[in-house]
Design a protein around this ligand. Sequence first.
Ligand code: GDP
Length: 364
Amino acid sequence: GFKCGIVGLPNVGKSTLFNALTETASAAAANYPFCTIEPNVGEVPVPDPRLEKLATISNSANTIATRLTFVDIAGLVKGASKGEGLGNQFLAHIREVDAVAYVLRCFEDDDVVHVEGKVDPLADAETVETELMLADLESLEGRIPNLEKKIRGQDKEAKKSLELVERALALLREGKPARLAEVSEEEATAFKALNLLTAKPVLYVCNVEEGSASTGNAYSKQVEERAAKEGAGVVVISAKIESELAELDAEERRAYLAELGLEEPGLNRLIREGYDLLGLITYFTAGPKEARAWTIPKGTRAPQAAGVIHTDFEKGFIRAETVGYEDFVGLGGENGAKDAGKLRLEGKEYVVQDGDVLHFRFAN
Ligand code: GDP
């Protein structure tokens, strides 16, 4: 599955957030099979109001959300790139995730020690990013001798790799993250293979005090400005509220949210932003047994989308009976859509769209 790592300096609210995420997920676990939860890894359902609608229309006995994995990556301190603290372990964990959420402390609380002495989310973001950039610098520089050796042996791939390495190094030496590198579609795979920490998409999570959960505060505004400049995602959240919400049942939760002036838990936004950040979209299957959401990367073609359900579906793919979400809901389901001529038969080249309701035909 796709993984989003949660990083940040100590005492910014990472564990509080992560626990809220996994508690909410465990509370819902009965409805979400295969929901495995390890100490620092949690699979959480991706909230999607469309799923309930599809289930109602299709008289589905069950609804099954699609899931996203969050990994709580502790151990970031200044000097992590030099192996200080849990540095090496920290860097190894972060290499394994597809995107990174930086939790930034945007709340004042004299009872909670700030490792840098004062609340300054932009400085904290720099500290985190600097450690990651230093680690990338070192790993890239370490690759050069081997690549040069291969180039002397006329290795064309190595020549291309070295170009990418140099391009990323130039950015890093200017103090800029590798994700700002211009990479063509052809180069994308080789670039990804460099597995750079600062090439991963970033989401800033502003942890504000409870009173600012619906509005944000001056600190989170600073972060929003930075995110806008960088094209990064940003979510304003109160970890404290989220941990309280996670303890409540559905009814109590609704009442508490209304009292706070919030439409939904901040975690829902966090999960959705993480999902968007990873370039993921959702398609659905809907029938009497279950209505279910499935995750695919944007641009996935129908056979590979089918393969997410079962490899046999991909191997024996014949066609995908396809109804757009709006048509499915507007026309009262698959039969209604069919009668209105809105059920399309799509073949192997079809690029699945977000919200498509699909029925795969395949041969064994
Ligand atoms: P981590 O080190 O980043 O994992 O931080 P924790 O989640 O363990 O939180 C560190 C301390 O800050 C704990 O005492 C939390 O109760 C407190 N804390 C976390 N989030 C908030 C918040 O939104 N407001 C306040 N006032 N305290 C918080």
